[in-house]
Write a protein that binds this ligand. Structure first.
Ligand code: CA
Length: 472
C-alpha cells in the first residue's frame, strides 16, 4: 500500500498544486485508502484535444486506453496508440521524438512494435510513468502540443488488430448468476456444483481465433447430439449459436513457471480490461462437453474490443468485494485486505443486436440486456492468483476472460441461453423479428462504461461481431 498517491512519479517534481482545487482534494481523500489515485485522475483535467472534453465522450484525458491501430485500408504496420477524444496518439511516432524522460520514455520505446506485449512486459511502474507523461503532454496548455498534434490520427480513419499478440487465453466463469441460471437448465434442484463457491472455475481456450471488433465469422459446423439415446450424431451447422457478454483481462508482466502470483501482488500484473464476446455453439457444447469441458463449441471465434483500458484508469471505479455472509469465504490465498476493500469494479455493460432486417430498414440496434461487473463472484486478482497457484506461468499479453457476466435479475442475462431459457422463450425484437438463438446476418454489439457522479465517463468502447452463413 502506498501512503502518498504521487510517490510513484518521483522522477519528476510531484505536481503543480495550482491545478488542484478543493473538490479534487476531497475526491482524493475519499479514495485515499485505495492509494491508487494520482494527478492523472483529477476530474477537472482538460485536454488540448477538444473532443476529449465533451462530456460523455468516453475517452477523456483521465482514460488514455491503448490499442494497436493503423490507417484503415492501408498497408502500414499496426502500431500502438492511445485514444484521446476521437483521436489516436501514434505512440511509435511519439517514441521517435524522444520527448519524455526516464521510465516514461523507456515505456514509449517499447511501443515501436506491432503490438503492446513489450510495454505490457515492462510492468506497472512503466505503464504509470507513461500514463503520467501522456496526461501532462495532452493537457490544455502543454508545451508539447505543437510536437504531438501532427501525430494524431482520427479514430474514424483507423482500423485495429488485437492490442496484444495473445499467447494464451483462459476463460473463467465468475458470474454466480450466470452459473446458477445455466446450471438450473440442467439441474433444477442443484444448479451450482460443489466447487463453484471455492474455485474461480476456468478452462483453457484458444488464442488463434480471437479477433478484434468487426470480426465476421461463419456459423460453426459440428456434431450435434443424437436425437435418441444411443443414436448417431449429426454433422450440421450449429442451430443454437449464442454470444457471451464478458470482459477480457490483459496480463501485463507475467510470472516464472513454478512461481505463483500472490493475491497482494496480482493487481500489478494486470495491464487492463477490454470487452469480450465469447461466441458459443450451445448444441455442439451440449454433446461434446463431458468429460473434458468446452472444445469446438467455443474455439471458432471470440471477439474483443480494440481498446484496453488500464487498471490505473479504472481505479476511481474500484469497489468493495465480498461473498455473501452465508456463503463459504474464500481460502486464505484468495483473500487480501485490498481485494476486499477494492477488488471489484463498477463497470456497466450493455449488449445490443442488429439483424439484416433491422439494418435494411435503418433501425437502431436493440438492447438485449445490461449488467455490471461489480456483481461477479470472483475478482480479477483472484482469477490471476488462482491461475498461478499451481505454478502455471502467465505471460505478457495473455488474455483471461471473465465468463458471462450476468446480473441477479432476468434483464441482466449475459447470453441468449439465459434470456430464452434454453430456447423455450423467444425474444421479441422492436422491428417484429423473434430470436431464441442467433441467425445468419445477426450482429452483436457490446459496450462498456464506468460512470460516477463528478467524474468523466471512462469508456471501454465497444465490440461488434457478425455471424455469416455456415460453410457446409
Ligand atoms: Ca465464456
Amino acid at each position: 500500500m502506498q501512503e502518498n498517491p504521487y510517490s510513484l512519479f518521483s522522477q519528476r517534481p510531484p505536481y503543480n498544486g495550482c491545478i488542484f482545487n478543493y473538490k479534487f482534494k476531497l475526491f482524493l481523500n475519499l479514495f485515499k485508502r485505495m492509494t491508487t489515485l494520482n494527478e492523472t485522475h483529477n476530474p477537472q483535467l482538460q485536454s488540448w484535444v477538444e473532443s476529449a472534453n465533451i462530456p460523455g465522450n468516453g475517452f477523456p484525458i483521465q482514460n488514455l486506453p491503448f490499442a494497436s491501430f493503423r490507417k484503415a485500408g492501408s498497408q502500414e504496420s499496426f502500431r500502438p496508440g492511445v485514444a484521446i477524444g476521437d483521436q489516436i496518439v501514434d505512440l511509435a511516432a511519439l517514441a521517435n521524438l524522444n520527448l519524455f524522460e526516464g521510465k516514461a520514455q523507456e515505456a514509449l520505446n517499447a511501443c515501436r512494435g506491432t503490438h503492446l506485449n513489450e510495454l505490457m512486459a515492462l510492468g506497472q511502474e512503466y505503464w504509470s510513468a507513461l500514463r503520467l507523461a501522456l496526461s501532462r503532454a495532452l493537457r490544455s496548455g502543454s508545451d508539447l502540443q505543437a510536437s504531438i498534434q501532427p501525430l494524431l490520427v482520427p479514430q474514424a480513419d483507423a482500423e485495429y488488430t488485437t492490442a496484444a499478440k495473445i499467447g494464451d487465453y483462459t476463460d473463467f466463469y465468475i458470474s454466480v448468476h450466470h452459473a446458477t441460471a445455466v446450471g438450473k437448465q440442467f439441474r433444477p434442484d442443484n444448479p451450482l456444483l460443489p466447487n463453484y463457491k471455492w474455485i474461480p472455475i476456468g478452462y483453457h481456450g484458444r488464442a488463434s481465433s480471437i479477433g478484434v471488433s468487426g470480426q465476421q465469422f461463419h456459423r460453426p459446423v459440428g456434431q450435434l447430439r443424437p436425437a435418441t439415446e444411443g443414436g448417431k450424431p449429426e454433422l450440421s451447422p450449429c442451430k443454437r449459436l449464442d454470444y457471451e457478454l464478458e470482459l477480457g483481462v490483459f496480463i501485463g508482466s507475467g510470472n516464472e513457471l513454478g512461481h505463483r502470483i500472490k493475491i497482494e501482488d496480482a493487481p500489478k500484473h494486470i495491464f487492463g480490461l477490454c470487452i469480450l464476446n465469447d461466441w458459443s455453439a450451445r448444441d455442439l457444447q451440449a454433446w461434446e462437453y463431458q468429460p473434458l469441458g468446452p472444445f469446438l463449441a467455443k474455439n471458432f471465434a471470440s471477439t474483443i474490443s480494440p481498446w484496453v483500458v488500464t487498471t490505473e484508469a479504472l481505479a476511481p471505479f474500484q469497489t468493495a468485494f465480498s461473498h455473501p455472509a452465508e456463503d463459504p469465504q474464500p481460502l486464505e490465498y484468495l483473500s487480501s485486505e485490498e481485494n476486499s476493500k477494492a477488488g471489484a469494479y463498477d463497470l456497466k455493460l450493455d449488449v445490443l443486436i442488429s439483424t439484416e432486417k433491422s439494418r435494411s430498414s435503418n433501425q437502431q440496434p436493440a438492447k438485449l440486456a445490461s449488467s455490471n461487473f461489480k456483481d461477479a463472484y470472483w475478482t480479477i486478482a483472484q482469477m490471476v492468483t488462482h491461475h498461478t497457484v499451481n505454478g502455471c506461468n502467465l505471460q505478457p499479453g495473455d488474455l483471461l476472460g471473465s465468463g458471462t457476466l450476468s446480473g441477479p435479475n432476468p434483464e441482466e442475462a449475459g447470453s441468449l441461453l439465459e434470456m430464452s431459457e434454453g430456447g423455450k422463450k423467444p425474444i421479441e425484437l422492436p422491428w417484429g423479428e423473434k430470436r431464441t438463438f442467433l441467425e445468419d446476418g445477426d450482429e452483436i454489439i457490446i459496450k462498456g462504461v464506468c460512470r460516477k457522479e463528478g467524474y468523466p465517463d471512462i469508456s471501454l468502447g465497444s465490440v461488434s461481431g457478425t455471424v455469416l452463413k455456415a460453410l457446409f
